[in-house]
Write a protein that binds this ligand. Structure first.
Ligand code: M6R
Length: 597
């Protein structure tokens, strides 16, 4: 996710503080960076690439100002470039704005502002904000009034900060995207995340949704959307700088698991209408699947592809998933009728790119489902849809898998030409349901109970086979313990020979009849061989009699149960690895992006 830093204090300190803040935010992942100084005139420096490149672009001596804002951008609207980097300004460089999140109604605002003479210099959704502010300044508003009036016009998720020329103030607001204020001895700070200013102060105030902040050199004033003052409590942070990059979580993996409610909201934003819950997947206007659909992907992304395959097959589409390294167009029939969907978090996985390039050569239509804007997969495919999970630092894929599941469910909907109200309602409830699991999961105590096992087996049926495979991959990848996933029906055809009282079986017990009865039968098979059973289920009543431990998920639409089940499996793998003191974020021998075949 993008990062924001803001500072009001000593003039000679502003630029250094902003650049230090941007360096501190590098762990979040970014593709460009920039700063704005409320000097006279307002001065902006921004650059594609790393903070070092930005520093090189700033003259020495640099202009000075008492207030400034900075940003590290992770592209969502428009590829990485100098022009798309933040801060963005109005036509006359009176105001500079940085923004995290997505502005849902930016296109209509951009059309309106363009029609009234504003000239845009980037492809971002953010740039509508400074132009809106400018339009209110032109009508006689002061900076604070113009800022508030502009925010009134936008909808979406945002943390926004702005500085105006010749001022010593930073204005900010948040809605569904974090912002925290810092109270230092020599100035005030603002950031998307505490690490940005951790070396300057440990006294912080967290903004809540709908709150505005005005930062002056020696005070911060927080107001609600009507302008009434809000009393905020000041908290003291006790992290060391090493922990700070993980926002207080012990590992990036745990942080990213906890970011999943937000990742799902971002993925759905603008794609499921807030008003009537209809699915609006405008990125894919011409998508059809009259011919066969092939998925190509690796690792966790392959498991997401298998899930997408199930959904499409259920709708009557001839869908098939391929491990990308095995996708050989000399052997597999691919032609102009085929839609080939490459699922890849990074968009740079060599095996997946090779498969997509083969599909392109065969005349197939190609679609990239990826997290990284302007990645190779995004650029080389005919169409692209972004999962919007935000940067993922931990080698183990977690929030990107959930993002892939949701995106593929939406693609399946788009291909089917619509969706049921029940599915749309379930999508909207999903972030809160994931949050409930994160708050209440018993996975940690289950993990502790089964430390010292010989192996872990994961079984499921139907949509849960991909999740069983993913649960096993996560377990082996970060714990170094032996783990395997199976279609539950396959157990008795071989793997049952491995089942003992030292091999917990994680059974995904979900679904209606006859699937529920069949999976309960499989649970009985392993229980009869003394294997401990951990049931992950949305109906704990029946299986609770047979299972040793139960991990419960809320009930939802059948397509979305695997999303919830997977969160429990992520936590189980995480807490097992933690108990075994493994290097969770960087497992041995593995890389985040595998760019060799
Ligand atoms: O970037 P991609 O989604 O193409 O990466 C594919 C796999 O390398 C990746 O999913 C890998 O399996 C995960 N790190 C596992 O957690």
């Amino acid at each position: 996710m993008c990062g924001i830093i803001g500072y009001v204090g000593s003039s000679g300190e502003t630029l250094g503080t902003l650049l230090q803040g941007l360096s501190n935010l590098e762990y979040r992942g970014y593709d460009s960076a920039g700063v704005a100084l409320a000097a006279s005139p307002l001065t902006v420096y921004k650059k594609q690439g790393e903070v070092d490149a930005l520093e090189d672009a700033i003259p020495n001596p640099a202009p000075e100002g008492h207030a400034g804002i900075g940003h590290t951008r992770w592209s969502t609207h428009g590829p990485p470039s100098d022009a798309n980097a933040h801060p963005h300004t109005d036509c006359h460089d009176r105001v500079a704005v940085v923004h995290n999140g997505i502005i849902d109604n930016y296109q209509e605002l951009r059309d309106e502002l363009t029609a009234s003479g504003h000239e845009f210099r980037s492809e971002t959704d953010t740039e509508v904000v400074p132009h809106l502010i400018e339009s209110f300044l032109d009508n006689g508003a002061n900076p604070e009034e113009a800022f508030r009036s502009a925010i009134d016009r936008i909808s979406g998720s945002y943390a926004i900060a702005a500085v105006f020329d010749e001022t010593e103030t930073v204005y900010a607001v948040r809605n569904q995207s974090p912002l925290v204020l810092g109270l230092g001895d020599d100035g005030t700070y603002l950031a998307s995340d505490v690490p940005a200013f951790i070396e300057y102060t440990d006294r912080v105030v967290y903004l809540d949704d709908g709150e505005f902040a005005r930062l002056e050199r020696d005070e911060v004033v927080v107001t609600d959307s009507d302008g009434a003052a809000v009393e905020k409590s000041v908290e003291t942070i006790d992290w060391d700088p090493e922990d700070a990059g993980k926002s207080g979580y012990r590992h990036y993996m745990l942080k990213e698991i906890h970011e999943q409610p937000h990742a799902v909201r971002q993925c759905l934003r603008g794609r499921v209408s807030e008003r009537d819950e209809s699915v609006l997947f405008e990125e894919l206007p011409n998508l059809d699947a009259d011919g066969p659909v092939h998925f190509v992907a690796c690792g966790t992304s392959y498991h997401a592809a298998l899930y997408g395959e199930c959904l499409l097959q259920e709708q009557g589409t001839a869908a098939q998933s391929f491990v990308a390294s095995e996708y050989d167009i000399d052997r597999i029939p691919v032609d102009e009728e085929t839609l080939v969907i490459g699922v890849t978090q990074s968009g740079e996985t060599a095996d997946t790119l090779r498969a997509l390039r083969g599909a392109n050569r065969s005349g197939a239509t190609t679609l990239a489902v990826t997290n990284v804007v302007a990645s190779s997969a995004a650029r080389e495919c005919d169409d692209v849809v972004y999962i919007r999970a935000g940067p993922e630092i931990s080698v183990a894929a977690t929030k990107s898998f959930v993002g892939q599941q949701i995106t593929l469910a939406l693609v399946a909907n788009a291909l089917a030409g619509g969706s049921s109200p029940a599915f749309r309602r379930a999508l909207r409830n999903l972030p809160d349901q994931i949050q409930r699991i994160l708050d209440e999961s018993a996975a940690r105590s289950v993990a502790t109970t089964f430390i010292g096992s010989d192996a872990y087996f994961f079984i499921g049926r139907n949509y849960h086979v991909p999740v069983a495979l993913e649960g096993a991959l996560k377990m082996k990848e970060i714990t170094y313990e032996h783990a395997e996933g199976f279609a539950a029906g396959e157990l008795k055809h071989g793997p049952l020979a491995l089942v003992t009282r030292k091999t917990p079986v994680i059974a995904l017990v979900t679904g209606d009849e006859p699937t529920a009865t069949k999976i309960l039968g499989n649970v009985s098979e392993v229980a009869a061989r003394d294997a401990p059973v951990i049931a992950v289920t949305d109906s704990p009543g029946g299986v609770g009699q047979v299972a040793d431990r139960v991990l419960v998920v809320p009930t939802t639409h059948p397509w979305l149960v695997p999303v919830l089940v997977n969160v429990q499996l992520q936590l189980l793998a995480y807490w097992t690895a933690d108990e075994l003191e493994r290097p969770i974020d960087k497992p041995r021998n593995l890389a985040k992006s595998v760019t060799v075949e």
